[in-house]
Ligand binder design. Structure first.
Ligand SMILES: Cc1cc2nc3c(=O)[nH]c(=O)nc-3n(C[C@H](O)[C@H](O)[C@H](O)COP(=O)(O)OP(=O)(O)OC[C@H]3O[C@@H](n4cnc5c(N)ncnc54)[C@H](O)[C@@H]3O)c2cc1C
Length: 424
């Protein structure tokens, strides 16, 4: 397929245009359009989260493949992409993992310019605390793997931690004393909705059809090859179908007769009322199963590990709120008067090795970009770019080759549990 040097760009709005709309109240043009479903697409992508939208965008922008549909059951970004805590980092444990996530961090660094849409990426640094000698040992290992891949990551001591985050109790009195930490300056947080909207707007401008309220109810396979999909709005034929359905991946892949080694868990998060800016980094404690960052609005964003049982529920629980509050206060007792404003949950599709599954399946033409667990938002750009290359060129890029589906039968796991369980 034809390579394109300049992706088509959505409309720009000048400062004058903003003022005119503000004063006259004239309505904004929609950021993406509605369409009838075509009888046939070259590529159908199931799932309108960051992965589906990024894949569609890069297909159009890099390869000129625009007869593409993104089918989203609810609204764009209504899955994990609109529910995550927006942590971006690349300080993983395996060389394959570090290389892959580093590519995504680099794409995020230029994403506002690429999409002409401010995604508010704040590289404020990511700090993982060690409360035991064994945690410190794992961090040293991670730091060395990171450095070998050119990723800025090092182990720092309590004095440096106290300077970075003055509200942390670094004395030897707490139940969980802070012995050191893994410091990763390029990590940070982003505005997750903006990433979704930016990719959607750019994909639409390039000619991709974005269909919201469109649920895939069946995948047509015959003679070992995908033929198209059935939806609540009718059938469409497609020689290539990609599942980017995160927490629903097993249900959707079952439609194509492709079983996945995935178990689905809820993951909860919470935010507090806004307080004055005081926290300049993302702070994670694996031992306490908690992390905290401060949003640009001043809210403290709290997260944890997945709920302890598999489920498709997205209800919050009192156990989570109690646990996360108690653990945050172990780290920062000064936060005791701050009130939690709201909590929510999303679904996480966990693989046995805490790494994703990207690439072909035994059904020809049916591809997956799933298994993103609690860590897939940061991966959206690199996964989308690599999946688009695979679909357009027919060759799996080296960057995602280790994440093939059959690794679970071949025994070639990409074990990231030590770096992905809580830190997301
Ligand atoms: C509370 C929480 C905190 C998290 N924090 C982080 C974090 O800090 N950093 C990070 O990197 N990751 C984080 N994650 C994980 C991250 O949110 C996900 O891995 C990521 O959003 C997955 O993106 P996606 O595009 O693959 O899936 P999604 O955004 O979930 O999109 C999949 C879409 O598929 C649609 N769909 C499903 N079935 C069908 C069907 N049959 N037909 C049509 N559409 C269908 C769904 O409606 C959904 O919109 C967090 C997740 C949660 C829940």
């Amino acid at each position: 397929m034809r390579a394109r040097s300049h992706p088509p760009r959505p409309a720009r709005y000048s400062g004058f245009g903003l003022l005119r709309r503000g004063l006259t109240g004239s309505s904004w043009p929609p950021a993406w359009r509605r369409h009838e479903i075509r009888h046939r697409y070259d590529v159908v992508i199931i799932g309108g989260g960051v992965h589906g939208l990024a894949t569609a965008y890069y297909l159009a922008a890099h390869y000129g493949v625009t007869n593409v549909a993104v089918l989203e059951r609810g609204y764009l970004g209504g899955g994990g992409s609109g529910r995550n805590t927006a942590i971006i980092r690349s300080n993983y444990l395996t060389p394959d993992g570090v290389q892959f996530y580093d590519r995504s961090v680099r794409l995020y660094e230029s994403l506002s310019a690429d999409l002409n849409f401010n995604v508010m990426f704040s590289q404020r640094g990511h700090l993982t605390l060690a409360h035991s000698d064994s945690a410190l040992r794992t961090m040293r290992w991670r730091a060395e793997v990171n450095k070998l891949q050119g990723v800025d990551s090092s182990v720092i001591g309590p004095a440096e931690i106290a300077a970075l985050v003055p509200h942390l109790d670094v004395s030897d009195h707490p139940r969980f004393p802070i012995l050191g930490g893994l410091w990763h300056p390029p990590g940070g947080i982003i505005r997750h909705d903006a990433v979704v909207w930016g990719y959607a707007r750019a994909a639409d401008a390039a000619g991709v059809h974005l269909h919201q309220g469109t649920e895939v109810t069946g995948i047509d396979v015959s003679d070992g090859r995908v033929r198209g999909v059935r939806t609540n709005r009718g059938h469409t034929a497609a020689p290539v179908v990609v599942s980017c359905t995160a927490g629903w991946a097993t249900n959707v892949c079952d439609m194509a007769g492709v079983p996945l080694p995935i178990t689905t868990f809820p993951l909860q998060a919470a935010v507090t009322e806004p307080v004055r800016p005081f926290l300049d980094t993302v702070v994670v404690s694996g031992t306490l199963h908690v992390y905290v960052s401060q949003s640009d609005r001043g809210e403290l964003v709290f997260g944890a590990s997945v709920d302890p049982y598999p489920s498709y529920s997205t209800r919050g629980s009192l156990e989570f709120t109690e646990g996360v509050a108690a653990h945050v206060l172990e780290l920062m007792p000064a936060l005791a008067p701050v009130r939690i404003l709201r909590q929510w949950a999303g679904l996480c599709d966990m693989t046995p090795d805490f790494s994703p599954i990207m690439g072909r399946t035994p059904v020809e033409g049916f591809y997956v970009d799933v298994g993103w667990g609690t860590y897939g938002f940061k991966a959206g750009p690199a996964a989308g770019e690599a999946m688009a290359a695979l679909l357009a060129n027919g060759t799996t890029p080296d960057l995602i080759a280790p994440f093939y589906l059959d690794r679970f039968t071949d025994g070639r796991l990409v074990g990231e549990r030590g770096a992905a369980a809580v830190g997301h």
